[in-house]
Design a protein around this ligand. Structure first.
Ligand code: DGJ
Length: 711
């Protein structure tokens, strides 16, 4: 008995470093995050890096949660005005605890209290051991009698100490999303943020890379990755300098954007910030991405271990111009080509104000009787008869002024009084802070799914951001809580949907990537990265998003966009979750046969592509070609993608592969081509990883898709 207890105790203590009283830490497989308590009770970061490289003596790097108003003069993590008007907060250590949540997750809680006021802060660090990921959040509790006003409430304030700081952001705009740009930070503050409220990530993704000392590298060097699990406005403030003690250091304050987001913290009402998810890698970004992918598949999305269906979407095939017969003929084509799901996009609803373009009908979720005389039920019957699963598009948070919903409930929208209506894509956002509106929005999808149990897939869209951000439901003193309360309501709706319809798969779409973050994704199975399906552009986007999200989460559809061959388009889309937006009725026989065979090939390789381990080999940002590969767990299969993006006759066109078993012999098979160019049929893993093999592409928009199978 005593022996068993000792073993159990040892197991539970294992992932926690044992330190003197004033130091405490959480660990992952490779890394340690260590804190240090000063004699006066203030707590500092002491180390975040490899656990086998901890310096003998640890510095006090940066206060763990710097507060405004006292002796800290940089960008604060916390800014509170206490009920008596005191604008400063002085947080002192009270206690900490480290608990094993399960065999992979350890949670450290550092409890702090203001030196004078009954204002409590708990810093929560959840360490995912195998995935090397640390999720940081903060809980605030006001145990006074009066409310206090909270202005800044970051999720984390992380220090990095190096000679130089290279930060990569993922910025963009509609159609040109997630473009990676690296810059060397200079003294002062660099802020990456969004103030868009809803669809908040349209112009800047809520993630970044930070490489100390030298520019970021794929397979070597240090890098910190960070992504914010929150769909509203965010702020990442990179401050080189910040206080006299740490003049050359970098402090990164990350969390909800404090811009116009203050709130009154009522007594005894805990407030918890969203989580900041960081991964540190000492072996470059690719290892960091592999850790994010493993975490994402297991904890960050729904059913991340289940391969996804190949789907046909009618959006770019028909846009709004379809009817019952057209859709049924597409079902048949989809079935014949080997698709496993048909997705009906925008345009199926609205009668008084039919949704025949984007000017009308949003909000009126009744099927359009002219286009669909047999209703959604009739479409489901036909899809079932043909044997193709059926999915449908909704945009429940939005309304067109030309709609019966707006005519009945003009007060349900987000809008400021005394201001003209400001439309984007001819639409307005419904005010989810109003419980009546929240219930309506929930029932848009729920009614559809209850009435039509054959629907097995929902594409949830959101096509504008907030302007004139006011609520006619919230009282004046709570107007600044709009974005926060909107997202609380949205997550409740999504959570209820996932619970009531657990078998229904969900695509997260927001006019492209306006809402791609790990909080939103936790209710979904995948996301739509961009409306730009031009394959040469998608290569960049898929590369960018792959830094934080696994391929199984990225929907990649082939359309007629772009001037590339159908093989090239397939080779690009097959590196993620494959789908198509084409009118199969107007596809040539030759293309139809190609589509059929490529889909069959994809079904054969998708377990490796969707669930395998990613190695990014050649960056499209650095050269006119791009290469990446996925390897399965036991290294018996790998899939390699090589894309030539510009004409280029130079060089030997070698690609050094990664992640294979050096001693194994691999059979090499080119996919999606009737005339393979690779002469060798077999090679050892060692030779392939040395770069002995050339992949001779020299013309713009050509590609090779290669399967490697261990013999
Ligand atoms: C924007 C999405 O990104 C598209 O895929 C499509 O669903 C349209 N909305 C429909 O309006």
């Amino acid at each position: 008995m005593i022996k068993t207890l000792t073993i159990l105790l040892a197991l539970f203590l294992l992932p926690t470093l044992v330190f003197a009283q004033d130091k405490f830490a959480v660990e992952t497989k490779d890394n340690s995050l260590i804190f240090s308590k000063r004699d006066d009770g203030r707590v500092f970061y002491a180390y975040y890096g490899l656990k086998n490289n901890i310096p003998e003596s640890l510095a006090m790097l940066r206060e763990v949660y710097p507060c405004a108003g006292g002796d800290f003069v940089g960008e604060p993590a916390l800014r509170v005005v206490h009920s008596d008007g005191n604008t400063s907060t002085l947080l002192l250590y009270q206690s900490h605890e480290i608990q094993k949540v399960d065999d992979n997750i350890t949670e450290m809680r550092i409890h702090m209290k203001d030196a004078h006021y009954p204002f409590y802060v708990t810093l929560i660090f959840k360490a995912y051991y195998r995935e090397n990921l640390i999720a940081a959040s903060t809980e605030l509790i006001n145990r006074g009698e009066e409310p206090v006003t909270v202005y800044n409430y970051a999720s984390q304030s992380l220090p990095v100490r190096a000679n130089a700081y290279h930060m990569t952001q993922f910025h963009g705009r509609f159609f040109y999303e997630a473009e990676m740009v690296e810059e060397k930070l200079t003294p002062g503050i660099k802020i990456l943020d969004s103030k868009l409220g809803v669809r908040a990530h349209q112009m800047r993704s809520p993630f970044f890379l930070l490489a100390p000392n030298q520019p970021v590298q794929e397979n070597q060097g240090e890098v910190y990755g960070a992504t914010f699990a929150w769909s509203g406005s965010f702020q990442f403030a990179f401050e080189v300098g910040g206080s006299e003690e740490t003049w050359n250091d970098l402090g990164i304050t990350m969390g909800v954007n404090p811009f116009a987001a203050q709130f009154a913290l009522e007594p005894n009402t805990p407030f918890r910030t969203p989580e900041m998810l960081t991964v540190y890698s000492a072996e470059g970004t690719c290892k960091m991405s592999r850790d994010y992918h493993a975490w994402g598949r297991k904890y960050g999305m729904r059913d991340g271990d289940k391969p996804r269906s190949v789907l046909l979407n009618n959006w770019e095939a028909t846009y709004f111009a379809f009817d019952h017969d057209k859709l049924v003929s597409l079902f048949q084509g989809a079935k014949d080509a080997g698709f496993e799901l048909f997705l009906l996009d925008d345009g199926w609803f609205g009668n008084k104000h039919p949704r025949n373009d984007d000017t009308a009908g949003l909000g009126d979720w009744d099927y359009n009787r002219a286009k669909l005389p047999h209703g959604i039920a009739g479409l489901c019957r036909e899809a079932e008869r043909i044997g193709i699963p059926f999915g449908i598009w909704v945009e429940p948070e939005m309304v067109n002024p030309q709609s019966e919903l707006f005519e009945t409930h003009p007060d349900w929208i987000i809008h400021q009084p005394h201001r003209p209506l400001h439309l984007q894509r001819n639409q307005l956002i419904l005010d989810l802070t109003n419980p009546e509106v929240k219930e309506f929005v929930y029932n848009v999808t729920a009614d559809l799914l209850r009435k039509n149990p054959y629907i097995s897939f929902i594409k949830w869209d959101t096509n504008r951001y907030i302007t004139n951000g006011g609520s006619s439901y919230l009282p004046p003193e709570k107007q600044s809580e709009l974005v926060w309360r909107y997202h609380k309501a949205l997550y409740e709706i999504l959570d209820r949907t996932a619970k009531e319809f657990p078998h229904v798969r969900m695509m997260l779409c927001s006019g492209g990537p306006g809402r791609i973050d790990y909080k939103a994704l936790s209710y979904f199975h995948e996301f739509w990265p961009s409306d730009n399906t031009y394959p040469l552009r998608r290569i960049f986007m898929q590369w960018s998003f792959s830094h934080f999200f696994p391929s199984i989460a990225q929907a990649a559809h082939i359309t007629t966009r772009g001037d590339t061959s159908i093989k090239f388009a397939f080779d690009v889309a097959m590196s993620c979750r494959l789908g198509m937006d084409v009118d199969l009725e107007n596809t040539s026989e030759e293309d139809f046969e190609f589509i059929k065979s490529a889909i069959a090939e994809y079904k054969n390789i998708r377990d490796v592509v969707q669930l395998g381990v990613l190695y990014r080999l050649i960056s499209p940002y650095d050269s006119p070609r791009c290469a990446l590969m996925y390897v399965n767990d036991d290294k018996s299969r790998a899939i390699l993608f090589v894309y030539q993006m510009e004409d280029d006759e130079s060089g030997e066109k070698r690609v050094a592969l990664k992640g294979l078993n050096p001693d194994a012999v691999y059979r090499i098979r080119e996919i999606n081509t009737a005339s393979p160019v690779i002469a060798e049929r077999e090679m050892t893993g060692a030779a392939l990883m040395r770069g002995d093999k050339t992949f001779p592409l020299s013309q713009r928009a050509t590609s090779m898709l290669v399967e490697l199978t261990k013999q």
